[in-house]
Write a new protein. Structure first.
Length: 162
């Protein structure tokens, strides 16, 4: 699999939605409700105030991420990001490639750090990936997420200085 990453385009939205729809249907990593509509999800994911990107294998979107300021105003020097990978592209380095790309982009945009506000503790693959890329767990929120499979589970706050 050869991955290229670029800014999303309007014509990518159907493929982005297919990824979002699958990920949220699993109810194990994102706070979007499984019945979130296409319009609501894409309005949020592709919001003009976010830097939204896609990972491509050829012409197929196999992943997507966005970066945004974690907080407005005096907290806007720290970025926040979210990442999703299509089911057929998992365990093939797409998430790692997108995160590495986003860290470089965050530096270019002048961010001083990246913070993930809500990483579901039972999402061990994501937690381990973020740790391998230098993120640290700086906080834990008890029973913050209602997992389809694990019931109420904790969520981590993860942080990486750039």
């Amino acid at each position: 699999m050869t991955i290229t990453i670029r800014k999303y385009r309007e014509e990518d939205k159907d493929q982005i939605w297919a990824i979002i729809k699958y990920v949220i249907s699993q109810a194990d990593s994102y706070t979007y409700a499984p019945d979130t509509t296409r319009e609501v999800a894409l309005d949020d994911w592709c919001h003009p105030e976010k830097e939204t990107y896609v990972a491509l294998d050829g012409n197929k979107v196999v992943g997507t991420y966005y970066l945004k300021p974690n907080q407005p105003g005096l907290g806007s020097h720290i970025a926040n990001g979210s990442y999703m990978v299509s089911p057929e592209a998992r365990r093939k380095g797409v998430g790692r490639s997108m995160c590495e790309h986003s860290l470089e982009l965050a530096k270019e945009l002048g961010f001083r750090a990246v913070q993930f506000n809500f990483v579901v503790k039972s999402n061990v693959k994501a937690v381990n990936l973020w740790k391998s890329l230098g993120f640290e767990i700086i906080g834990e929120i008890p029973e913050a997420y209602k997992s389809k499979h694990d019931g109420f589970t904790n969520a981590y706050i993860m942080f990486k200085k750039l």
